[in-house]
Design a protein around this ligand. Structure first.
Ligand SMILES: Cc1cc2nc3c(=O)[nH]c(=O)nc-3n(C[C@H](O)[C@H](O)[C@H](O)COP(=O)(O)OP(=O)(O)OC[C@H]3O[C@@H](n4cnc5c(N)ncnc54)[C@H](O)[C@@H]3O)c2cc1C
Length: 382
């Protein structure tokens, strides 16, 4: 058992170094909690990859290292103990987290920011061929190996992207751009979705511009279409047609990790239901934020922007917990500036249905993303 040493300070366990915890740690570094608490961060990786700038890695504009937020320096700056391990389950009443290594961690208070995975499509024959966009690191390994194969491949490459939401559209435009810049034979990128329109959750002004960008790139959209079977490179569609695919990416929407539902915490669609203070509605000594949480007062889309906005609340409530004072409430705005990259050093901005597009929007997105990354990439500490 880890964490039962003679230290009598209350123990706060941060599970997952996602956007919310990384930003909260940076805020705690400049304004620390009272010394009555000690903090531990458990994360399977010493880095968190910043998904907003992922399309730029896929498109070949910057390397993966450029979008990695190193968690250890943030821990060093806040006196947080870093444990490289995955939380596999929790006994919430006993206040114990069970780690993949077999270790157990006792906590007085736990905060969950373990993000999400991608909806499993259960397509017969799909498990080997379909590459989920999350977790990001294994996706990038598969993408890199396809790119190296392209150096020698003579035939035209076909890539299918499942899910025509914002992430699927950004990813398909980035893949298309990279494939075209890599070889002469024109590749075919194709978006597949069961919905009747692309980006169905977005304002129609944004949808129109995205549709134009996809058309311009020559990306085909197979809407109201489901993949029913995959055998080798042959993909069967619900229309009965078959297509050959070299690479298939699953961007079919975020899905909570299965183990969250087994914890005994109250969940809604697999996400931890939290109140306005980000506390579990069934176990208030367990908090959750970002994609892991279902915010009961006002359900939020699983977007990094809400995880980042939850961070000051987590940091402030850790300070308040350390002083036994009342918690502070999360009041997220419902709309936010959407910046969607189009893969060709162009991007679209949308807020309240008003859209703008151009190279300057791409530069703006790049500068916002990299200013976030710079702010959270502290130099290695002692
Ligand atoms: C291609 C793409 C582009 C996107 N672009 C945008 C965008 O432009 N703007 C936007 O707002 N949103 C965007 N999103 C959505 C955004 O990525 C997520 O909403 C955001 O990452 C959620 O942040 P989080 O803090 O919940 O978790 P994350 O930042 O995803 O981090 C979760 C962390 O938990 C760790 N972890 C996982 N399981 C465990 C475990 N069992 N124990 C311990 N640690 C664990 C992981 O290693 C990871 O570091 C995009 C998503 C994709 C796929």
């Amino acid at each position: 058992m880890v964490g039962t040493l003679s230290d009598t300070r209350r123990h706060i366990l941060l599970a997952g170094g996602g956007h919310a915890h990384a930003v909260a740690l940076r805020l705690l570094a400049s304004k620390p909690p009272a010394p009555h608490v000690r903090l531990t961060l458990a994360s399977p990786s010493p880095y968190n990859l910043y998904s907003g700038a992922l399309p730029g890695v896929i498109a070949g504009y910057w390397p993966v290292d450029a979008i990695a937020v190193p968690l250890q320096p943030l821990c060093t700056a806040t006196g947080t103990n870093f444990i490289q391990d995955r939380v596999e389950s929790i006994s919430p009443d006993a206040r114990i987290a069970h780690l993949a290594s077999g270790k157990e961690l006792r906590f007085d208070l736990m905060s969950l920011d373990v993000g999400s995975g991608i909806r499993d499509l259960n397509i017969p024959g799909g498990s080997k061929k379909i590459v989920p966009i999350r977790p990001i690191a294994p996706f990038l390994e598969r993408w890199d190996s396809l790119l190296s194969h392209l150096e020698t491949a003579k035939t035209r490459q076909t890539v299918l992207v499942i899910g025509a939401g914002l992430a699927g559209i950004e990813v398909s435009l980035a893949l298309d751009h990279r494939l075209k810049s890599k070889r002469a034979a024109s590749p075919q990128v194709c978006l597949v979705d069961t919905a009747p329109t692309i980006a169905s959750e977005c304002a129609h002004t944004l949808r129109r511009r995205l549709s134009r960008a996809l058309q311009k790139a020559g990306i085909a959209c197979l809407l109201q279409t489901r993949i029913t079977n995959i055998s080798g490179d042959t993909v069967t569609l619900s229309s009965g047609e078959t297509v050959q695919a070299d690479f298939i990416v699953n961007c079919a929407g975020s899905a909570p990790h299965d183990w969250i539902d087994q914890t005994g915490l109250k969940t809604i669609n697999g996400r931890v239901e939290v109140d306005e203070y980000l506390r579990s509605t069934s176990h208030p000594h367990i908090w959750a934020a970002g994609d892991t949480a279902y915010f009961k007062p006002k359900p939020l889309a699983p977007a990094g922007v809400f995880a980042v906005r939850a961070a000051p609340v987590i940091a402030e409530n850790i300070r308040r917990y350390s002083k036994n004072s009342e918690p502070y409430a999360f009041r997220p705005q419902s709309d936010y500036l959407k910046l969607v990259s189009l893969g060709r050093r162009r991007a679209i901005a949308e807020k309240f249905g008003i859209t703008l597009e151009g190279g300057w929007v791409w530069n703006l997105k790049k500068s916002i993303d990299f200013s976030f990354l710079r702010q959270h990439s502290l130099p290695p500490g002692d």
